[in-house]
Design a protein around this ligand. Structure first.
Ligand SMILES: Cc1cc2nc3c(=O)[nH]c(=O)nc-3n(C[C@H](O)[C@H](O)[C@H](O)COP(=O)(O)OP(=O)(O)OC[C@H]3O[C@@H](n4cnc5c(N)ncnc54)[C@H](O)[C@@H]3O)c2cc1C
Length: 303
């Protein structure tokens, strides 16, 4: 059993921001992460809205975050937290590879992609269906692909794909996009992009891989069949919080409400970044949260 004063779950911008600040304060902490250090930033085709960089590819920025950890000799515990419980004043974490204890825990585990809920969606993952254009877009060079979604992340992934594929369909359930007008205009300017609204996907056509998608007009019920080789459902995110087994910490959507010090309803348990219930999910917000958490915990440890 490894014991720490603080354990951070997740090494995305929130977890790394928190780790750097705790390191500066000389706190005994561990940083547990299941994926690639830098978190979601690794799959952002391009990052804007990040002060200090006009525009930067996500993986480059994620690597810069990782470099800060290397510079400070902050190790990452590579593990996937399966269960978080509290007995008395001590938190217990069970991972795939180890067990850990801490006085304070930071939930910085971000989100994962929401499924559309279509039949064959799970079956076709890796057989034409992907949730990450940066990871898998190159498999569809000069092929026909559809993106489902209308938020900023979906629009950015669509722009990235439009430079690779032959034909790109962007299917969105409303005539208005949730994402920014600037991104919509950029997509509209591409010759190989067809934006189809207000349509929803109703059926994935496939044999051993994806061959098509049936979509339906939400206003008049008209159906269209698109012949495609690839499908990217990018309809939103769900929080990575199912491992939290402490009553009252999660709200009905599985996100984690916090107070101004970033404390959850449970003493000693803090949360930040994309796991919070908020409309805007951005890197600088996640980093900010991580730093506020580190400050809150450091002050309590001093007492
Ligand atoms: C396509 C796309 C484009 C984007 N573009 C921008 C942009 O231009 N500008 C911007 O500011 N933001 C952008 N974002 C959003 C930004 O990436 C997120 O807001 C930010 O990464 C959130 O940071 P986080 O630390 O909260 O979570 P994440 O970055 O999601 O990191 C969470 C980490 O926790 C780990 N983890 C999860 N569960 C567990 C577990 N049980 N045990 C251990 N580890 C776990 C994950 O592996 C991951 O490493 C974009 C996102 C996407 C998907």
């Amino acid at each position: 059993m490894e014991k720490y004063d603080v354990l951070i779950i997740g090494a995305g911008p929130c977890g790394i921001g928190c780790a750097l600040k705790l390191h500066e304060a000389g706190v005994n902490f561990g940083l547990i992460n299941s994926g690639t250090p830098g978190g979601k930033v690794n799959i952002a085709p391009r990052v804007d809205n990040y002060p200090g960089h006009k525009e930067i590819p996500g993986p480059d920025l994620a690597f810069k975050f990782f470099e800060r950890l290397l510079e400070k000799n902050i190790p990452i515990i590579a593990d996937d937290v399966l269960e978080l419980t509290k007995q008395g004043d001590i938190f217990h974490l069970k991972g795939t590879y180890g067990e850990y204890e801490a006085k304070f825990v930071v939930i910085a585990s971000g989100t994962k992609e929401k499924k559309v809920g279509l039949a064959k969606e799970d079956e076709m993952l890796g057989h034409g269906l992907s949730y990450c254009s940066l990871c898998d877009g190159h498999f569809f060079r000069n092929k026909d692909v559809a993106v489902i979604g209308g938020g900023n992340a979906a629009l950015k992934e669509a722009i990235h794909l439009s430079h690779i594929v032959k034909k790109l369909y962007v299917i969105h359930r409303r005539n208005e996009f949730r994402g920014s007008n600037k991104l919509v205009d950029e997509l509209k300017a591409m010759d190989n992009v067809e934006i189809i609204t207000p349509y929803i996907p109703v059926e994935i056509l496939a044999d051993d891989k994806i061959t098509g998608l049936v979509i339906e007009n939400r206003e008049n019920g008209e159906k269209r069949t698109l012949t495609i080789d690839g499908l990217f459902p990018l309809v939103g995110q769900i929080p990575n919080t199912s491992y939290i087994k402490i009553d009252g910490v999660l709200n009905e959507w599985g996100t984690v409400p916090v107070d101004r010090s970033m404390k959850t309803s449970c003493d000693g348990l803090y949360a930040g970044g994309d796991v919070l219930p908020r409309d805007i999910r951005q890197i600088y917000l996640a980093e900010h949260d991580g730093m506020v958490i580190a400050k809150s915990i450091t002050e309590l440890l001093k007492q």
